[in-house]
Design a protein around this ligand. Sequence first.
Ligand code: GDP
Length: 334
Amino acid sequence: MQPTPELGQADVDAPLVADLLAGNRRALAKAITLVESTHPEHRQRAQKLLDAVLPHTGRSLRLGISGVPGVGKSTFIEALGMFLIERGHRVAVLAVDPSSSVHGGSILGDKTRMESLSQRMEAFIRPSPSSGSLGGVAEHTREAVLLCEAAGYDIIIVETVGVGQSETAVAGMTDIFVLLQLPNAGDDLQAIKKGIMELADLVVFNKADIDMQAAQLAAAQMRSALSMLHPASANWQPPVLTLSALRKDGLADFWQVVEKFRSTLTASGEFEAKRRHQSLAWMWQQIDSGLRGRFREHPAVQSALAELSSSVEAGTTTPAAAAQRLLGLVSRNF
Ligand code: GDP
């Protein structure tokens, strides 16, 4: 895990862009720190930096990986990362963990994780930004993906814990979303309930070394459960694999499926279409949150909000009427 460098006072400059494009890991870490900052001046510099590197982005495969704590995400990512580096790839690992600011330490950002991968020059590992809300964390991670691509990483892994909303966010910023599962009875049903299975392009049962039969049974059950869902693509029925991250068993098969996903959806045009759709969705999220922020900060709203909120709570004003009144206060200035 690379340390998080302090931000310098100087304006974002050509040398940072040049170092970043040259693949300098320190420059990349510094650039990510800049995009994670909520300071308005840093945000401006971050935007300039992102604009400058944008032509050098997009040339990676973005892989989302999710699963409950203990399923073996870091073991798997470390094994996969080493496997990919041996094949000439450069691998960046980012995380989305909105709980990190609540608990004061990231579940995913623990420095002892992925020790051998983090020592490789071809790898870059970054813990989850701890900016609080999921929206903020996801936004910064999206920007970090672009920076990693500009720095020459051709495989970007975005990891998240299996807690619902963060999985939707990660599926919305990656090309292929992988759901890591434990071969315990009932796990598959849990995933169905949470609506996570609809997001999965590929399901992997880890820890198959413990009980191969149980893993295969779980995989068969998952296959039949998946066959009842409407697949996101007519060209891709999400496959179900078993592997052992600990024994590095099944990685080649896994990667073959990922490559097949990429080639199948590239051929059908869906790969690029998904990215275009994700970019537009990201733009609208930014507009929504920007408008909301400007609305809340508006002096007329600030002075009327408390009273109108109380009336809504007391039932003397309907929520719709209060919303109309508040929106009416700012509509001319927007
Ligand atoms: P994470 O919380 O999802 O990142 O899970 P970890 O990668 O930290 O793994 C949790 C525990 O499961 C660790 O003790 C790992 O050694 C173990 N583990 C991970 N993958 C496997 C596997 O394929 N087989 C077995 N037997 N244990 C594994």
